[in-house]
Design a protein around this ligand. Structure first.
Ligand SMILES: [Zn+2]
Length: 104
């Protein structure tokens, strides 16, 4: 079973959480927004093979939203952080993760 660390409650089973999609998606403002801008906001996501910043919610716990960096291939959670905190440097986290795995 996958354990996810809620910033409030600590490690909990994955069944307590809901993935809310990619984090740090900027909502377009009404002024000057084209149909293409709105379509990109609604439907286009990066979908990388590797690290991605996502929004999660601890629905069966504290019900809080938080952000996490997860590896899309291994499902490994690299870090969790509060909503509103800046997006971590994913390239630096990937390099650190690769270095740690090479050092095993
Ligand atoms: Zn929680």
């Amino acid at each position: 079973m996958l354990l996810i660390t809620c910033p409030i409650c600590g490690p909990r089973p994955e069944i307590e959480f809901r993935n809310m999609g990619e984090a740090h998606i900027a909502r377009p403002t009404p002024e000057g927004t084209t149909d293409d801008d709105m379509a990109a906001f609604l439907y286009l996501r990066s979908n990388p093979k590797g690290l991605i910043a996502e929004r999660w919610r601890h629905v069966h716990g504290c019900a809080r939203f938080f952000n996490a960096v997860r590896h899309t291939v291994t499902d490994k959670f690299v870090t969790v952080y509060e909503v509103g905190a800046p997006k971590p440097d994913l390239a630096a986290l990937a390099a650190d993760l690769a270095a740690r795995e090479a050092g095993r």
